[in-house]
Design a protein around this ligand. Structure first.
Ligand code: SAM
Length: 254
């Protein structure tokens, strides 16, 4: 997927808040070997490493565009590599902490993915994950509803981005069944207060809209964007616009 770091960075403050909440769940220990899955522009990988004295962190991400920005945050203790999250078992490495902020919602098959990630932890290793609760978020639902309507349904050959995100009970069960202790899984609303629906559109265009823009080109892409903006205007009226954006946070020790 082609990510645009500058569009993504437009909402830094809003996007950093859940990161700090996730970080607050971490048991701070020195000299940890840390893996950050879907590190993006690397700014938060650096903050994570800085919170753990004497530790080293590796950020992996599939996007060359995002990783280009990450070079600014690299150093002796923080490195970045281009790699898919679903390929981490190929590294044959183990980690004290595996962390992932707002990334694994892009990888399918969480019932299998989480156990695979957990197997890459050292004994007493910590897993911390944050992702949007896409199945409950209206901006995602509206995108998929629009994509299922003509003419987009035909243009996309019936494709819609089915969210792999599960409910919190299911994540808690997966963590438990794979040996997790001190399990903490919860959903939290992050209120988004934006000047107007156009700003909400910009928020979505930094993430969930990307796979649709990649599959629709030219006039039909413009029409899809215009129709999506209309839907947002219909559902988010007035100024400012308030959007109760739901996210899932989880932490467990293994
Ligand atoms: C919303 S950004 C989050 C970036 C960073 N963790 C942060 O919180 O700022 C999602 C990131 O996940 C990456 N990503 C998506 N699918 C991926 C995959 N299958 N493997 C590795 N990275 C992936 C994207 O390239 C993007 O940089």
């Amino acid at each position: 997927m082609s990510w645009n770091p500058s569009t993504y960075n437009q909402f830094k403050e809003e996007r950093f808040l859940p990161f700090y909440d996730l970080l607050s769940l971490l048991d701070i220990k020195p000299d940890q070997k840390v893996l950050d899955l879907g590190c993006g522009t690397g700014e938060l990988t650096r903050k994570l490493a800085d919170a753990l004295p004497g530790s080293t962190a590796l950020g992996i991400d599939s996007s060359a565009e995002m990783l280009e920005d990450a070079t600014a945050f690299a150093g002796d203790s923080v490195k970045f590599e281009q790699q898919n999250i679903q390929d981490i078992t190929e590294r044959g490495e183990h980690w004290d902490i595996i962390f992932s902020n707002a990334a694994i919602q892009w990888v399918d098959g969480h019932e299998d993915l989480l156990p695979e990630i957990i197997r890459q932890l050292h004994p007493n290793g910590q897993l911390l994950i944050q992702m949007p609760a896409q199945q409950h978020n209206l901006s995602n639902k509206l995108l998929n509803e629009l994509a299922a309507q003509e003419p987009y349904r035909s243009a996309l050959s019936g494709w819609i981005r089915k969210s792999p995100v599960l409910d919190i009970e299911q994540y808690a069960r997966i963590l438990f069944e794979n040996g997790g202790t001190s399990i903490n899984v919860f959903e939290k609303v992050y209120p988004l207060v934006l000047p107007d629906p156009e700003a909400l559109f910009t928020w979505v265009s930094g993430t969930a809209l990307i796979p649709y823009k990649e599959r629709l080109h030219g006039e039909i892409q413009q029409q899809f964007i215009a129709d999506y903006k209309l839907l947002l205007e219909r559902h988010f009226t007035g100024s400012p616009v308030f959007y109760a954006f739901r996210r899932i946070l989880m932490k467990a020790t293994f």
